[in-house]
Write a protein that binds this ligand. Structure first.
Ligand code: ARG
Length: 541
């Protein structure tokens, strides 16, 4: 219908022409299409196609019939990226959860994914931190003594206070940066210790979240390349001097818009310089064909500037660069997310609380009986899964109100619901095989034809076979909520199917086998989908 004007034809006529020219790939699997209403084209899967597609999916638990991409390439996903000696906050949690899913999905498609943790481990604040530690913890310099991880945030606050109040210290801190960047041995020793300790701290969060495969490549990695980045941009005429600083007018016009600052008037480099060095390195050395940055939407302008400059400088070639932005995490009241006393919430506490609340819910459902080891493990999976799913199931660009009660609810589009729905599939399959809920799960290999007669069977099958399209869509647009919605709908369609189509009591052996195949497909897709979302599954809850 949108083409009416362009083609100067009636929509129904355009529709007829489209139908006549449909590729074989489509006509093979679809009933003959028809034109409807003002110019819609109705396409319906042939039931023979649906049956055979469901059958193949039931036999392919790993890929669920999703083909590997015909054009695999290297993709860098930059995510998590907390800052050394500062608290890893809920924004970093979002970046970690969303980035991990994006990376998993692209990898599932068959791409060569490089997961980079662009840790904030460089910059002027380290002059202040290092000098302060030299005073307060001389043992770190002398014999490699330790800094307590819990102390880091306190150290940061103390150092900042001194920096703000004491002019002499301020000068020392400034000189400290120069010393550190110049490779002074003592300074490097203290700085390394700081990085190590911070890294231990967020390493704990990663292990709680099951984040693996993330390579730490902090800002310091790009330090050696900063001078040449700036000089190259200057000599190509993209950058220029402005009030003593070096800037890029990304609008292309001098004094128009806000420039991208790449060297401060004191000669220091900044966040943007590092990102320029990083993007060049990723495109030219890593040979990435796509680079994805997962940070809060507030950094959108920064990345716009960096992308534009890198593109204009000719560093990107065919490489696609994208900023995957996300909204703020807020408290249930829509205000800043904080503890009751107004402090920032520690991520460790946040994750622990989700698990503890799940344990409490489970205990209540058992009439107050203590949980066994297996059940505690289930509570861990459900609690952590709930935090992740709550973040992923919303359009990432919207702000997200953090609510334990909502994310842990067994009703609605939540992890507990999804995990529970999957345990029901397990239980149905067990029953159909004459096993009890306490028996170990044995997944059958369904044989025979898949017969789709009831409306609910057809609906479930139609939805299940869309999995590959959904994976493609998320791989293209990078909105994980589309996958969540799809999985949620799958479990709802499964419920409807199960209510009207008994498996164990099926009218014939053939129908029973066929329904079993539908259950197996539902399981396969749910498990694979949750795996992409970074969520573990359970067999009973
Ligand atoms: N460390 C930054 C922050 O906490 C995020 C870094 C994101 N990645 C990048 N290449 N700039 O906001």
């Amino acid at each position: 219908m949108a083409m009416t004007k362009q083609l100067n034809m009636k929509p129904r006529d355009i529709a007829s022409q489209i139908i006549e020219n449909l590729p074989h790939k489509i006509t093979e699997i679809m009933e003959p299409p028809s034109v409807a209403g003002p110019g819609f084209i109705n396409l319906r899967f042939k039931s023979s196609y649906l049956s055979s597609a469901v059958r193949s999916m039931s036999l392919d638990p790993v890929r669920c019939s999703v083909p590997l991409t015909p054009s695999p390439h290297r993709i860098v996903v930059d995510y998590s990226s907390p800052n050394i000696a500062k608290e890893m906050h809920v924004g970093h949690l979002r970046s970690t959860i969303i980035g991990h899913t994006v990376a998993n999905l692209l990898q599932f498609q068959g791409h060569d994914v490089v997961r980079l943790n662009h840790v904030g481990d460089w910059g002027t604040q380290f002059g202040m931190l290092v000098e302060h530690l030299k005073d307060t913890k001389p043992e770190v310099v002398e014999d490699g003594g330790d800094v307590d991880v819990g102390e880091l945030v306190v150290v940061y606050k103390q150092a900042k206070k001194r920096f703000d109040e004491d002019d002499e210290f301020k000068n020392r801190a400034r000189e400290g940066v120069v010393k550190l960047q110049g490779g002074d041995e003592e300074s490097i020793k203290v700085w390394k210790k700081l990085c190590e300790k911070s890294s231990e701290e967020y390493g704990e969060i990663y292990s709680t979240l099951g984040i693996t495969g993330l390579t730490e490549r902090g800002e310091s990695f790009y330090n050696p390349y900063l001078p040449s980045v700036v000089s190259d941009l200057l000599s190509s005429g993209l950058a220029c001097e402005s009030e003593g600083a070096t800037v890029i007018w990304t609008s292309g016009v001098k004094d128009e818009g806000t420039p991208l600052l790449i060297r401060k008037s004191d000669g220091g480099y900044n966040y943007a310089t590092t990102d320029l060095a990083a993007i060049r390195q990723r495109a030219s050395v890593e040979k990435a064909k796509r680079i994805v940055y997962v940070t809060d939407s507030g950094q959108g302008k920064h990345f716009e500037g960096v992308f534009k400059a890198a593109r204009d400088a000719g560093w990107l070639g065919e490489c696609l660069v994208e900023h995957v932005g996300f909204g703020l995490v807020q408290g249930e009241d829509g205000k800043k997310f904080a503890t009751r006393s107004g402090d920032t919430v520690k991520l460790k506490d946040l994750l622990n609380e989700a698990v503890e609340r799940t344990e409490k819910d489970m205990k209540e459902r058992k009439g107050g009986e203590e949980l066994g080891e297996g059940e505690k493990e289930t509570a861990r999976i459900v609690g952590i899964g709930a935090v992740k799913y709550a973040d992923l199931c919303l359009n990432r660009e919207s702000n997200y109100k953090f609510s334990y009660s909502r994310m842990l609810s067994l009703q609605g589009n939540t992890a507990p619901y999804m995990l529970y729905a999957r345990t029901r599939v397990c239980s149905i399959v067990r029953k159909a095989q004459g096993l009890t809920d306490d028996d170990t799960m044995v997944w059958p290999t369904p044989g025979g034809n898949v017969v789709l007669e009831e409306r609910e069977e057809i609906e479930l099958a139609r939805h299940a076979v869309k999995f590959g399209d959904v994976v493609d869509q998320v791989g293209r647009d990078l909105y994980p909520n589309v996958l969540c919605d799809y999985l949620f709908e799958l479990s709802q369609k499964f419920s409807a199917f199960y209510e009207t189509c008994p498996v164990t009591q099926a009218p014939s052996e053939e129908v029973r086998e066929s329904r079993l195949a539908l259950a197996v497909v539902t399981n396969n897709v749910l498990v694979r989908g949750m795996d992409i979302l970074g969520i573990e599954v359970v067999e009973r809850m």
